[in-house]
Each structure stands twice: as structure tokens, then as C-alpha cells.
Design a protein around this ligand. Sequence first.
Ligand code: ADP
Ligand code: MG
Length: 630
Amino acid sequence: MADSATQQTPETHEFQAEVQQLLHLMIHSLYSNKEIFLRELISNASDAADKLRFEAVQNDSLLADDAELKVEIDVDADQRQLTIRDNGIGMSREELIDNLGTIARSGTRKYLEALSGDAARDSNLIGQFGVGFYSAFIVAESVTVRSRKAGSDEAWAWTSEGAGSYTLQPVDKAARGTEVVLTLREDEDEFLQRPRLSHIVKTYSDHISLPIRLQQEGEGEDAGGYETVNKGTALWARPKGEISEEEYNELFHTLAWDAGEALGWAHNKVEGKLEYTSLLFIPSKAPFDLYDRDSRRGLKLYVRRVFIMDDAEKLLPNYLRFVRGVIDSNDLPLNVSREILQSNRVIEQIKAACVKRVLSLIEGFAKNEPEKFETVLREFGPVLKEGVVEDPDNREQILKILRFASTKHAEAGVPQVALADYVERMPAGQDAIYYLTAETRKAALSSPHLEMFKAKDVEVLLLTDRVDEWMVNAIPEFMDKPLKSVARGDIKLDSIVTDEAAQAEKEKVAEGFKATCERLTSALDGRVKEVRVSERLTDSAACLVAPEHAMSRHLERLLAQAGENVPGSEPILEVNPQHALMQRLKDTPADADFAEYAMLVYEQAVLAEGGQLEEPAAFVARVNRLAFGG
Ligand code: ADP
Ligand code: MG
């Protein structure tokens, strides 16, 4: 026990700087949706009960004679105090310091950065960032947390007014668990009204599988009767037919910390060899941290109604990291750990089934609910593409879901073209699915690589997501058609073309241009591997293409941007003999002039594919010299 000296003088601690910043924000700018503080404190109480239940599996003496876990809410109108009490795991002195004075996760800084100034949205982000406790200061001028850790006989009080510091001192507290006492600000009387509190609990915390009991009206001796306000059963354990959409959405809100509606969900009870319940939600908005390495992912795992862990990432593949939900298994041991989940057959089977359920849900949208399907594509399309690379077992099914932009559907917005539709539209003689990767839709559309395809009315997929390069490399073929980049290797569209006379004329011109190609090849030695007459150009003078088996030029650029040292293969320069510049070249005898034109052709081709010139100033000088003499 602490000595009497510390009992009289509370020790003062400074908040970590980030906490101070956060508190300032809570107090001064979150003026709408204030009631979420109650959701956050109840959620913490419920987590504390879950943690205790979990530890008690190993050590049932922790539950001692107080085995009925619950949350109580007391109201003291005279003192303007609201108390949220649990008999969960509790916190030691060190835990009070660590959990309520610092922010362990990298979350806060991101929270502060993500703030939009829209108070309603910002307050919904609180839980998502793991800073829920501090929301107490939205309504309270002072907060006291009294806590006794399960299995310990010391209790500590933590008190703060939300300014720069908090104090700690030992207290007497007979019961295990934590009690958070809020002294409300002047104008927050509404949170002293029982009907209001009861309504808030029902709105946000109805499904919490712990009774939430509200102290009833009554003075002095009469005070102290409690009534349970929430339903208190795990929603997923109830029969589907009895659950309303609102109830599903409430659970979704707390799982995803997302104020929006879920786009859809799959709720399944599996019986037989394996027994488990899964409830999977597809959000209608991508979480802010979808592309963060340490974003929340995975599902909430329960074993026979006992909470085991949040974010069990082994339960879903990475590319479904936007899905939120719960698995409640009857087969896993209660002491299952993250390590055990790594290579567990039960988990593997549950995961495989969950993937199917999510993909089928999306397929259902594609068939019957086009608006929802569009939302999925818009919010999660690029992430789903990762699945093509990551999950060969489900590749076919994912490819059926994906939609792409193409030269025939190039409007901005959500891409429209399914691979199957593309294949169906292919003219006789076309034997590959053609695609072009580029930084942006605009760059793709103006690419010289498309010219011949446009001229011959051959559709080309336009791929502008970062993941696209990796995705196409993982698809050898679709419906027996290989995927081919229009910017790589030798492309012949002869078989599609019918105008034989034009073809013969072209071949003649190409033949007559051979010598010029050779001169160009030596003039551009060290820059390009080869110069040849192009099959793909009709308007532009030249373009660069990657050799058949080399890395694509677009991918080389992406890797270089990511700071990776790519070996960089020499490209092939393809030229268009019909172009005036090429005619000029052909007729330029002097080697010095020829070299000058050759560089111009090469530099144009680099610029046209969105590349960077090595010497931009030299290029400008060259253009001026050739255009204006000098
Ligand atoms: P989060 O709940 O996302 O971790 P919070 O800011 O809500 O973030 O809470 C911070 C931490 O404080 C919790 O992770 C938990 O360790 C501790 N904590 C808060 N409330 C309680 C409580 N009632 N009982 C035990 N621990 C608690
Ligand atoms: Mg919390």
C-alpha cells in the first residue's frame, strides 16, 4: 500500500504533448454529437469485461465473488456528476499512466491530421483512432477515474481537468474494476436526464453483450435501484429473421467506428464439422487508412461468446481489409493466441468461407443492386485488384467482379467494362486482351501507343491504378485470351485488318525506311536498343515500347518514383514513316543534322509516354534551333 504522505499529496503528471493537443481539440471544437462520449466509455467498460473474462479462463480466482460482469451508470444531479462503472479488468497505477496519459498507438497524430473541421465527422473518428477515453472531456470539466486491477488490492485515482496535467493518488476502492466520474460542464445538463441517457445507450450500445444498468431516480436511501437498458445479447447469436436493419447497422457502427450505413452484410451460422457464426459487413465508405501499412484489418474474434481479440488479421486476406465483422467459433480453444491463428486449420477454413461470402455478396450487388456495386468499385476496386495477385484460388471470381476503363468506355468516374464483355466484343481475328497502363486517364487516352488500335477500332483497357501493373502480371489469361500490353513487344494487328491494298502500301514504305532505321539506331546508341517501323502509330512520329519480356516502362517509372533502383532495360523506338518529321529525317544527309533530329524524335517519344527528359534544357534549345535556326 502507498504510504500516508502520498495519500495526502497527489502526484502531478504532465500529459504527453499529443494528448494535450487532442484534449484541447476535444474541449474546443467537438460541439456536435457530444453524446458519443458515453458510447466510448461504455465501449471501454465492455472491453475491460472482455479482458477479464479472457484472463479468467486461466485464472478463475480473478472473477472471485463478483462474476456477473456489468456496466452501471449513476446520475447525481446535485453534484452534476455522471459515473460509468464496470467490474472488469481494472487498471494498475502504471496502466493509468500509460493508458490515460499517453497514446501508445501512432493513431493520434493521424487523427489530428485527418480532422476535417466537420465536427460531426471528426467526433466519429474518435473511436476509430483509439482515443475514445479522452472524449469524456467534451462534456466534463473534470474527470476522475478510480480503478482497482483484478487480482490486486491497491486502487488508484486519476484526476484531470483536461488541461496540461493529471494527478494520481491511492484511494480506497473495495470493488474490482473502474469507475469514471464526470463532473459535467455548465451547459451539459441533458446528460443528467435519465431518458436521454437511456436513449443514447440504446442508440449506440444496445448490442453490447453486457448488461448496461442505469441507476433509477430516488433520493438518499431510495437511490440505487438499477434497470438494464440494453438488450445485452450478442446480436450475431440471434436468429437472422429477428434482427432489424437498424440493429445490424448499430453493430456495424461500433465495429467500424463508421457513422454511415453498411452497404450490406452476410450473416451465417455454420453447423456440422465446423461450428461458427460469421457476420461480415461491407462499409459504404473506405476507411481513411485503407492504404496504411498499420491500418486496422481483420475481424473481431470470439470463442463461444467470449471475446478473444480485435482485428484478427488472419481471418481475412489483406485485400478484404475493408470488411468489418465478427467470427464466433465453437471449435477454437479459449486460449488461442495470434501465433496459434497463424497456422490453424480451423482458421484457414473459416477464412476461405468468409472470402467466398464477401465475394458472393459483391456479385449479388453486381446482379441486383447496381448502385451498391458501383460504390464497391469506387471505394474498394483498387484494393480488390490486389486479390488477383494475392489470392490465386479466387482469382477468377475476383476478375469477374472487377471493372475497367477502356477506349470504348473512357468517361471519368467508376470504370464500366467487365473482362467478359470485352472478350465478347472482340472482333474476329483479335486474339488477345489489350491494355495500356498509365499514370492518369488523360495520359492513357493521349498515348501514341493507342493510335493503331483506334484506327482499327480495337478496344484497349486503360489501367491507371498503381496496383494495375502487378495485377496484369498475375493474369496470364482470361477466357483463354492472353493479356497484352500495347506498349510492349511487337504488336501486329494485321489479322484484324481487311484493307489489303493499304497493308501492301504500308509494307512497301516500311521496306524503304529500313536504312533510315539503321541510321537512327546508331545515332541513338546507348539510349535505345533498336529502332523499327511501327505497327501501332498512325499520327505520332514515334513511341517507345518495352521489349517483349522486359519490365513495362510504366512499372519502371513507378518503381523509380518509389525510390527503387531499377536496372532499366533499353527500350525500342518505333517510328512512323508516314510522319513529316520522318520524311525530313530520311532526306537529311549531314550526320550532325541527322543526330539532332534523331534526338528530337527520341525526346518526343519520352515526353509522350509521360516520362522525364534527362536534359530538358537541351531539348528546349534543340527545338528552338530546329524551328528558328540559329
Ligand atoms: P481504446 O479503447 O481504443 O484502446 P481509449 O482511449 O478508449 O482507446 O482507451 C485507452 C485505454 O485505456 C484502453 O485501451 C484501456 O487499456 C484503458 N481503459 C480505458 N477505460 C478502461 C476501463 N474502463 N477499464 C480498463 N481499462 C480501461
Ligand atoms: Mg475505447
